[in-house]
Design a protein around this ligand. Sequence first.
Ligand code: URA
Length: 292
Amino acid sequence: MAGNDRNMPPELNPEAALRWLIDMGADEAIADAPIDRFAAPPPAQQPTPQLAEASAPAPHAVSQTAPSRPAVAASPDLVAPAQGAADASSAASAAETLDALRDAVAAFEGCALKFTATNTVFSDGHADSAVMFVGEAPGVEEDRQGKPFVGASGKLLDQMLAPIGLARDEHGEKGAYISNILFWRPPGNRSPTTAEIAACMPFIRRHIELAAPKVLVYLGGTAAKTMLDRAEGIMRLRGKWYEHYSPGLDAPIPAIATFHPAYLLRQPGQKRESWCDLLNLRSKLDEIINKN
Ligand code: URA
């Protein structure tokens, strides 16, 4: 950048403008061509005589002209939320194996996030693991690699699991199987919308049925509130045992919520509480293992 550009007011400095956009979370191009939202809208088309008759407002009706919307490259705006959840439900229940479920998720087009993501992020670790961790949604690194929790928070998660004898490359009692409630990265890491979560819920519920872990761990507020169907935040939900019910399970699965590792990276002072939750998880696992 030329030196004199730095002296420009920020609104005229392209580098500063770009940095501001990235800081605001607008770090993805979602259409092939930029949209000039300051351009004057095209003049309204004159309706054809038949249409004019059919759409003529009643004598005292207020005319409501919908603002013209620019076309978007893919079809995210065309995904009706209720339809997305209904399609997910039938695709998820038709999947009899985890491989079939992975294929069904990859083929699913009912969640708008799919159209801005690079990869579908299904799971990591071995599905025969005793513990299944459920996070929120892939971040930038997960989106790039197509695997959950491989960025900075994933590294912390691995470090948290090791002292309680769990690892994602292990099987069975020592294994940690990892997924998210959403399979695609929300652009700019924004929070997922209710409609996006609803569209993916049947898949994560089926995922749990097919993996059938001995214990579930919900990582962070969004995963905890969604999976527990509760309104409280993670401060209230964490550290307690719940039961996850589902028609396809032989028995309910004990579930605990704890802080998301990304939160712990920002608030390391909360690691103490997190460690208590991990010890609680270890005791529950030992109890279940010793009973069998
Ligand atoms: N945060 C999540 O919730 N999930 C991931 O996979 C990565 C970061």
